[in-house]
Design a protein around this ligand. Structure first.
Ligand SMILES: [Zn+2]
Length: 594
């Protein structure tokens, strides 16, 4: 009898503990809910959260990353059709929304060293026999989208990261870059800024290379021994002057519909004017090694095995780029669930779908969770749930070219969104590693923590918020940053909570925040190396890295690792429910900036 009582007690305790682990606090304290509604909400969230599985996320990712799917291609269209089919299967009212936008593709890219010796480039990216995708000829050659075509032969100057202050220093040292081909390394700023500043300084052409100091062997073992960029890996990416305006360069401020009036190419202010192309460090090395002029200062030295000079000097380059500038169709996929109480109010959840290569990390590790959200909401609808506000799920196209699909859609619905959008929840890279992080407007930070308290970290089984906080404290301690960072909310000043970062730009929340003042957040989980953050996650540039994660880590062989498949999907779903289903006061307290 005693034993039975003991067992019952333990079972009850287990329920309490389990409940506490899941919810983190009594239901009646759900932020934004009256106690009477909180239980009902909790029940729906339970149903929602039980649905996503790692296996399904993996299956979606396998399908989405079957082939490289650059925006505007037939393969990209296939992924749009897949997302549409999944939205519809979930029972959501969905459609494909097309725009016609300017998307340049490379026809020819040549970077030949012609003095002091002849060497043809660029070198093809390396392949590995056990990874067939590294030999896939349908992968787009490495290029910087929106570089003009051009044919330039000139001597070379090294300008560090290509920031304005770098050119000022060159000027102080008496080095003129006008008419030269400038070579700069990736890092410190958006690559479009490098092109803009090189143009400002009258360079004849621009080469942007990945230095092993930031993105190669100085950081650790390179692929395949380690995760860092190998010698021939190249970072692809757009140099559209999206700091002037994002979206289709020919329809600034209005949607690129079929009937829209388009600027002539020469009048589009967001288009760069000097030929620009990315290089691997294998191809940059002989150019840099043969520069003359003064020795570059210590903070300009990279990790290649020689002393860097500023130039010019012996190195002379023939650079020939031929780009195919065409207006092409892109495909956003939009699903809508009408709100039952405030139907005019909109909560938008978005992720882009297009990728430079396979997109296994950027962006389709965010697309799999988006599909899980669709299925979860569809299931709730079947059980009699209705969202309070209208929910829109969006699968954006052509983000890699310059946030184009999202910007055109936002421009298309600008009045409605400016008046009625409550929040925009973005996920670009869902999973590059196990370390959770989020950026948001301050008024949404509390809500992210609330949700993170209610989801368990799959590695430890403990509430995500606690694990996230501990990790961020450790990082701050190791980097010498003060640990206690009071977040802007109702938290006590002694809070040790992880910091929700500020939003910059570079993903699809930009048109919502910077154009309309709609409050967004964006989140994902990163790896401890810059290979994923710089190469695969943020820039998705190098074919090798993207390939590696698509075919090896993601599309099967290494998916037994617990974190990639297992953890993001439920987290994301849970958090979406939190904001979409709750009438949170937070979301109303955001100021619209225009
Ligand atoms: Zn992305």
């Amino acid at each position: 009898m005693k034993r039975i009582l003991g067992a019952v007690f333990l079972a009850l305790l287990a329920c309490v503990v389990e409940r506490d682990l899941i919810w983190g606090r009594p239901e009646s304290s759900l932020r934004g809910f009256f106690p009477a509604d909180a239980a009902r909400e909790a029940d729906f969230e339970k149903v929602f959260r039980a649905l996503p599985t790692p296996e399904r996320a993996q299956q979606d990712l396998m399908i989405l990353t079957q082939a490289p799917h650059v925006a505007g291609t037939a393969e990209d269209y296939k992924t749009a059709q897949y997302v549409l089919s999944q939205f519809r299967e979930a029972g959501l009212d969905s459609s494909v929304v097309e725009y016609q936008v300017l998307l340049p593709m490379p026809k020819e890219v040549k970077v030949d060293l012609i003095e002091p010796f002849k060497r043809e480039g660029p070198t093809p990216e390396g392949g590995w026999t056990w990874d067939k995708d590294t030999y896939d000829s349908s992968v787009v050659p490495a290029y910087n989208a929106y570089s003009p075509s051009g044919d330039v032969t000139a001597r070379v100057v090294y300008a560090n990261y290509g920031l304005r202050e770098d050119y000022q220093r060159l000027k102080q040292w008496g080095i003129d870059v006008a008419g030269k081909i400038v070579i700069v390394r990736y890092g410190q700023c958006f690559r479009g800024v490098k092109a803009y500043v090189a143009e400002e300084n009258h360079a004849a052409g621009l080469l942007i290379y990945s230095d092993p100091a930031e993105d190669g062997y100085r950081q650790g073992d390179v692929y395949p021994r380690g995760p860092w960029r190998p010698a021939t890996g190249v970072q692809r990416g757009s140099i559209l002057y999206s700091m002037l305006y994002a979206g289709d360069p020919l329809t600034p401020g209005y949607a690129a519909t079929k009937a829209a009036k388009r600027l002539a190419l020469k009048d589009a202010k967001a288009l760069p004017h000097i030929p620009t192309t990315p290089l691997s460090y294998e191809d940059a090395a002989p150019i840099l090694e043969n520069l003359g002029g003064p020795v570059a200062p210590s903070d300009w030295q990279g990790a290649l095995p020689f002393t860097y000079h500023l130039g010019p000097g012996a190195s002379k380059i023939h650079m020939k780029l031929e780009m195919d500038f065409q207006t092409r169709t892109i495909w956003n996929v939009i699903a809508q669930i009408p709100g039952s109480v405030l139907p005019e109010a909109l909560v938008i959840v978005g992720n882009h779908r297009d990728a430079w290569t396979y997109g296994a990390v950027d962006p389709n590790s965010g697309t799999a969770p988006l599909l899980a959200v669709a299925r979860g909401l569809g299931q709730l609808l079947k059980q009699g749930w209705n969202p309070r506000r209208t929910i829109i799920l969006a699968s954006w196209d052509a983000e890699e070219f310059g946030l184009i699909g999202s910007t055109e859609w936002v421009e298309d619905h600008a009045d409605q969104l400016a008046r009625h959008a409550v929040a925009y929840l973005n996920m670009d890279v869902g999973v590059a590693g196990p370390h959770f992080g989020a950026s948001a407007v301050p008024s949404l930070a509390r809500l992210i923590h609330d949700a993170a308290q209610e989801v368990n970290d799959p590695r430890t089984g403990r509430p995500l918020d606690a694990v996230w906080s501990e990790e961020s404290q450790r990082v701050r301690r190791e980097s010498g940053i003060p640990i206690v960072v009071p977040i802007q909310t109702s938290s006590p000043p002694s809070t040790m909570e992880a910091r929700v970062s500020e939003l910059g730009s570079g993903s699809d929340y930009t048109p919502f925040l910077q154009h309309l003042g709609v409050p967004p957040w964006t989140w994902g989980s990163a790896a401890p190396t810059a290979f994923t953050t710089q190469c695969t996650t943020t820039f998705t540039g190098c074919r090798t890295s993207a390939t590696r994660l698509s075919s090896t880590a993601w599309r099967g062989r290494r998916c037994s690792a617990p974190w990639p498949c297992a953890w993001r999907t439920p987290t994301f779903c849970r958090m979406d429910t939190t904001i979409t289903a709750r009438p949170s006061r937070n979301t109303f307290s955001n100021l619209k900036t225009n």
